[in-house]
Ligand binder design. Sequence first.
Ligand SMILES: Nc1ncnc2c1ncn2[C@@H]1O[C@H](COP(=O)(O)OP(=O)(O)OP(=O)(O)O)[C@@H](O)[C@H]1O
Length: 366
Amino acid sequence: MTVEIEKLVRRFGHNAALDGVSLALHPGEFAALLGPSGSGKTTLLRILAGLDFPDAGSVRIAGTDVAGVPARLRGVGVVFQHYALFRHMTIAENIAFGLRVRPRRLRPAAADIARRVATLLELVQIPDLAGRYPDQVSGGQRQRVALARALAIEPSLLLLDEPFGALDALVRKEVRRWVRGLHDRLGITSVLVTHDQDEAMELADRIAVMDRGRIVQFGTPRALLDDPQTAFVAGFIGEANRLRGEVRDGWLEMRDLPVPMVRVKGRDGPVEVFIRPADLLVAPSPRRHGCVEVALVRPETESARVVVRCGASLLDGVAPTQVGRILPGVLCDVTVRRLTVFGEDGAREDLHLVDAPGCVGAGASI
Ligand SMILES: Nc1ncnc2c1ncn2[C@@H]1O[C@H](COP(=O)(O)OP(=O)(O)OP(=O)(O)O)[C@@H](O)[C@H]1O
């Protein structure tokens, strides 16, 4: 089922929680809203759920403008971080709640509700807990109850607001994989709000990165890592070394890392340069007077993560080979496989990689 969000604005006083947000989701897609605290994720989710209303813009679910449609008639299931289970109701009663409060003409018969609750308890793998109260089950089980309750109305859109936040790390990993499996099996469209990057990367087909009430980039996890459109996205998604640089006469210069042969097409002036650790290769120097000094080495299975001192900067890189020779204090060479350059306004600059030995595109050895 499609979701089309157009130019949504939601203001609280002078503050725009949403400042012209547009987003289109494919049927069956698992999307994540990822961004720092206060960027507008929950506000967007609440508007989708019908729990809050925009000052401008529109939301269409399955092609229908839902502006006048109350929350309980939107066919949307919602799971919140703190589950919001009713403590005085059994697990079965909690799951049945969304069906029991429906208007009479839409409410299934009691026997049908009981059957559906039993099916859902099986689906979320807690068939024996029907008669218990929320306080008598674990956090992971409560989360499954919250999901079953959201799924009881057979939603075609499932909204998840930080649903794993209250779980400990191990349970969290298990429950989130299980949720993704469930999403695939049911063929629903899901939107997850999270500020946990790993969670968004693991679960979502596409991630909308939010900053100050705007979606700054919407793309696959791979695209966000490899092709960030702004300095904010490059710094927020994945790890990156961040260096100050200057473009002079169209050539990039960095004080701490003298990368040769990079032409920048934008205007001359100060720039910010991002290099992922995986793109900064550290190797023993055959000349024995490499340009960087190893500060720290953390061995991994077949390579090592290395921190090197480069001028005044400490940079994260990797040593894919000859790990044993890379030790703190040793002078090494570095090769930059790829870098991304952003102008003062945070927008990405086009790079022209000069086709010459040692150029950045081919791996610039310094
Ligand atoms: N009811 C409200 N009244 C006033 N301001 C609000 C209200 N709800 C949200 N805001 C403001 O709107 C902005 C966006 O809030 P929102 O909760 O959507 O952010 P978020 O990205 O979900 O943050 P978090 O990750 O901390 O939950 C914030 O500046 C917040 O203070």
